[in-house]
Design a protein around this ligand. Structure first.
Ligand code: B12
Length: 299
């Protein structure tokens, strides 16, 4: 995907004159970067943010290096999108799956809705197919690879995050479910957090070191694999919650493994059933953590 655009490409893509675009850039409404040769370049992510905020029409998606659809935009419901995305994933058709997801984003569906209501259910659908042998193992694995790439593409088009609000997290040893932790990273970034997933299958002690070394403001633990030894897990988990407390990080947990029986044995800040809950929580702590300005007090 293209990351930087020339002013001319942007004008063509959103149908405005160069002087209008220059005015917006001069007013700081769209970020510009000067190349070594002195040319202005505009990051695609910032152009998309601006277009979305202003309800501007994109007349040529191709000009932005993004997928184009036959009818624009093809408003399809989320239920139909689940079916179409899962079909594309099963076929291993990454371009089609990305086009479908990007169209949803372009039609103002939120990142959380795309995760909770489309990608999650599409994977669940694939899981059902796998269970009744209508999808082979390679198709399931390939679907995960494609879905993972879609999440990375979405990350590219999000606006820049706030470097002060750092978040890290991942999954524990034996848990190779990569989509939940990548999704968590994406959703936190959508909420303005500078979130970076550590990846999958990380030992407890290494996670503790990551917290102490990087001192994030939020740490997430995603767990999708059944926890067999709950008591041992609770002992190890305490090391994580102690580390989070030491650095003042909010500890967030989520994933199918955290059932109620396990949760009662753990100390954490927030448990999320969905990416929507995570997004609301992450937004709220940023609001609460930002000091009120003198102007706001005067109001
Ligand atoms: C892909 C997949 C795998 C892949 C994952 C590969 C990868 N790179 O990620 C691998 C190969 C690891 C795998 C293995 C197995 N799997 Co599997 N797998 C799936 C599948 C199809 C999709 C899971 C997924 O990634 N979904 C996408 C995520 C994002 O969605 P989600 O988990 O629903 O999460 C949502 C919320 O829970 C929440 N959330 C989740 N985590 C977190 C974390 C945080 C921090 C937050 C805030 C929120 C949050 O937000 C998400 C979006 O809404 C599911 C089907 C299903 N119903 O989910 C089966 C499924 C989970 N697997 C299943 C099984 C049986 C297995 C195996 C035992 C198969 C086997 N015999 O080997 C092994 C277990 C291996 C092990 N011990 O690790 C069963 C589980 C049944 C059960 N009752 O527990 C399922 C349900 C399939 C089925 N229908 O039978 N699997």
């Amino acid at each position: 995907m293209i990351e930087m655009l020339s002013p001319r490409q942007v004008c063509r893509a959103i149908g405005v004159s160069e002087s209008t675009l220059k005015r917006w850039c001069d007013r700081g409404l769209i970020k510009t970067i000067k190349t070594e040769g002195g040319h202005r370049k505009l990051p695609v992510s910032d152009v998309l943010r601006f277009v979305k905020e202003r309800n501007h029409k994109i007349t040529s998606l191709e000009g932005l290096g993004l997928p184009t659809s036959p009818q624009s935009p093809p408003l399809i419901g989320l239920d139909l999108a689940v079916k179409k995305v899962s079909d594309a994933l099963i076929k291993g058709d990454g371009d089609q799956a990305w086009e479908l997801v990007f169209d949803l984003y372009n039609c103002k569906h939120s990142i959380t809705a795309i995760c909770d209501k489309v990608l999650g259910p599409a994977l669940a659908e694939i899981g059902r197919h796998w269970e009744n042998h209508s999808v082979d193992i390679y198709q399931e694995r390939r679907s995960c690879e494609v879905a993972q790439r879609i999440l990375f593409e979405l990350r590219h088009i999000l606006p820049p995050t706030d470097p002060h609000w750092t978040a890290i997290g991942g999954t524990l040893t034996g848990d190779s479910y990569s989509l939940p932790t990548t999704m968590t990273e994406l959703v936190l970034r959508d909420a303005g957090w500078n979130a970076n997933s550590l990846g999958t299958s990380i030992p407890f002690d290494s996670m503790v070191r990551a917290i102490l070394d990087t001192r994030p403001k939020l740490f997430w633990l995603a767990a999708s694999v059944t926890i067999d030894d709950v008591d041992q897990f609770a002992v190890d988990f305490k090391k994580l919650s102690d580390a989070a407390e030491t650095v003042g990080a909010a500890l967030v947990i989520g994933g199918r493994a955290f059932n109620e029986a396990i949760r009662t044995k753990l100390t954490y800040c927030c448990h999320c059933d969905s990416m929507q809950q995570l997004h609301s929580f992450a937004k709220a702590i940023r609001r609460i953590g930002t000091p009120t300005t003198p102007d706001e007090i005067a109001l």
